[in-house]
Design a protein around this ligand. Structure first.
Ligand SMILES: C[S@@+](CC[C@H](N)C(=O)[O-])C[C@H]1O[C@@H](n2cnc3c(N)ncnc32)[C@H](O)[C@@H]1O
Length: 242
């Protein structure tokens, strides 16, 4: 466990102090970079896997949880490097950080309201500053509970998902995202859960619980483990169930 993780674990016993320290940390480390060192590599491996498997990548990239936009930028860069011209990019975020933690998302106080807030304008500036063409990407703003509506399905020409990054921390956010994604998730979709091990091995909390519930609702799928990635992530490929 890294020194930073040890300090985080300690501070979590004192929630107000933890929240203060977390806000200070992000203020001091305000540069445009990822919180998840392994996520960009996992996204690339996801694209490469689909490309090698199918000969091309015709599905889209969906990201739930952008913070400053770094993983979204890396998805864009990897797709360009790999020559994936058919992939559309969709990013979903409140741009106000996490909603209030409710129910099981309150466990151990690691996530809290407003954490990872970064305005849409700042995210767009970050992306444009690194060469992303803003008219070629689609950002959907709002808390998922409000923004992931039936109407949204007809607002963009969404295609089936090639790679989905779920980096939205909460169980509840992951449930909402996966439910809305149901029409676009299919056999062959790569699902990357950045917060898979946030609660260790427990499948009673967080993203592990949300994905288990998704699989229970969809016996037509089987989930194949792909790779784990830093800090808490794990990737899967959906296959046809038996
Ligand atoms: C850990 S950050 C994402 C980090 C980013 N992918 C990176 O590596 O730089 C989590 C993001 O999820 C968003 N998020 C989580 N739950 C949400 C919800 N219910 N509605 C909208 N945004 C949500 C937060 O606003 C935050 O930007």
């Amino acid at each position: 466990m890294s020194f930073k993780s040890k300090v985080e674990d300690l501070l979590r016993n004192y929630p107000p102090l933890f929240r203060f320290a977390s806000r200070m940390y992000h203020k001091m480390h305000g540069s445009f970079r990822t919180l998840s060192p392994g996520a960009p590599g996992a996204i690339r491996k996801g694209f490469e896997r689909v490309q090698q498997r199918d000969g091309s990548v015709d599905g889209d990239y969906y990201e739930f949880g952008l913070f400053r936009g770094y993983t979204f930028l890396q998805a864009w860069n990897h797709a360009r490097e790999l020559g994936l011209s058919n992939v559309n990019f969709y990013g979903f975020d409140s741009f106000e950080g996490l909603p209030p933690a409710e129910g099981i998302d309150q466990a151990d106080g690691r996530f809290f309201e407003g954490q990872f807030a970064c305005s849409r304008e700042e995210v767009e500036n970050n992306l444009a500053g690194e060469g992303v063409l803003l008219d070629k990407i689609n950002l959907v703003e709002g808390y998922y509970e409000d923004s992931l509506t039936e109407e949204l399905h007809s607002r963009f020409p969404f295609k089936p998902a090639a790679v989905v990054l779920l980096d939205c921390d909460y169980y509840s956010s992951t449930v909402t995202a996966l439910k809305w994604m149901e029409p676009y998730i299919q056999v062959g979709t790569i699902l990357l859960f950045d917060d898979w091990f946030s609660y260790g091995e427990s499948n009673e909390l967080g993203q592990q619980k949300a994905y288990q519930e998704f699989l229970d609702r969809h016996p037509e799928y089987r989930s194949e483990d792909l790779w784990e990635f830093e800090n808490h992530g794990k990737g899967f490929e959906l296959q046809a169930g038996t």
